[in-house]
Design a protein around this ligand. Structure first.
Ligand code: NAP
Length: 312
């Protein structure tokens, strides 16, 4: 039986791995579908302490991974399907049929980008014009007009990044003010290549004869008028859904799917199961706050493992 399994390898999981490995627990980390987590799709991380000139997300998470390995963390590429609890034993059922038993588990499975659910979105998703990651796909839209949907920090970051390639970035937002932080909002609103389209709700994505996106159709929330905006790329940045389906029924989830925690924010109702990062944080959702939760979850797990060792 494993002593400690960490599910997820974003900032939260990797920080938990560093702390647990340094405590001699030799944690096993299941990396999941997106090793490194959401940060790997971010170019410039400007607000992670310790990097006065910023750092790219891939480098930051790769450094954390190497740091965890240095102290004895082990990494495997597996994706959890279901968690079962039998007393002090936790059984992890993996996709593909493998089963792993552990005394303690830290869930750091993060969150996945939300989609609009409108006609055309799935048809053109991936290489044909609809995406959720400017860092990954922005360079394909050099010299073209693109749309970013959303009004939060992610949408602003995506829009600013896309100005490196696109001739025009249309920022489609359903209200007339951004919810993003003022530093990002100010940069977006001052940028000559970015044009906000306020009070617009996307209703359909249209493709051309070449099978790729040619326009987004939006409804004006004030007038009801339907407007077509020609574009070659559509970047959807409307928030995230926590990756918590494998834990439904075992751990209480809130209405939005975030794992509910006990008083200190990293313990759950199941003894020996801890959480860290965006899967349990509907409020802050920052790389540094996820890392902080990872640290706390590992320390709580270490304490709990020490407690059951004494009583056994
Ligand atoms: P968010 O703050 O939840 O913003 C989502 C945006 O999408 C909102 O403007 C929302 O509109 C809009 N939206 C939601 N559902 C929609 C729909 N169905 N149709 C059209 N628009 C829709 O998400 P986020 O921008 O991904 O940020 C998440 C968290 O990460 C935040 O805490 C943010 O501060 C943090 N973050 C920080 C940074 C940074 O500091 N550098 C970068 C990225 C993210 P309404 O405004 O009308 O609700």
């Amino acid at each position: 039986m494993e002593t400690l399994v960490i599910l997820g390898s974003g900032c939260a999981g990797l920080t938990a791995a560093i702390y647990a490995a340094r405590a001699g627990l030799r944690p096993l980390v299941f990396e999941g579908a997106q090793p490194g987590g959401q940060l790997t799709t971010t170019t410039d991380v400007e607000n992670f302490p310790g990097f006065p000139d910023g750092v790219d997300g891939y480098t930051l998470t790769e450094n954390m991974r190497r740091q965890a390995i240095r102290f004895g963390a082990r990494f495997e590429s597996e994706h959890i399907e279901r968690l079962a609890v039998q007393g002090e034993k936790k059984c992890l059922h993996m996709e593909g049929g493998a089963e792993v038993e552990a005394r303690a588990v830290i869930i750091a499975t993060g969150a996945a980008p939300r989609l609009l659910g409108i006609s055309g979105e799935r048809d053109f998703f991936g290489g044909n014009g609809v995406t959720t990651c400017a860092t990954c796909d922005g360079a394909f839209y050099r010299g073209m007009e693109v749309v970013v949907v959303g009004g939060g920090d992610s949408a602003c970051e995506e829009a600013l990044f896309l100005t490196r390639f696109a001739t025009r970035v249309w920022l489609v937002h359903r209200r007339d003010t951004l919810r993003a932080s003022s530093v990002l909002s100010d940069r977006v609103l001052a940028h000559e290549k970015i044009t906000p389209l306020w009070n617009r709700v996307p209703v359909e994505i249209l493709g051309g004869e070449d099978g790729t996106v040619c326009a987004i159709v939006c409804r004006d929330t004030q007038t009801g008028v339907v407007v077509k905006t020609p574009c070659k790329g559509i970047f959807i940045a409307i928030g995230h859904t926590p990756n918590t389906a494998p834990f439904a029924g075992i751990l209480p989830l809130d209405a939005a799917g975030y794992i509910e925690t006990l008083d200190n924010g990293v313990r759950t109702v199941v003894e020996g199961v801890f959480v860290a990062g965006d899967c349990a944080d509907p409020v802050y959702r920052q790389a540094i706050s996820a890392a902080g939760m990872g640290c706390r979850a590992a320390m709580e797990a270490e304490r709990w493992l020490g407690k059951i060792a004494v009583t056994q």
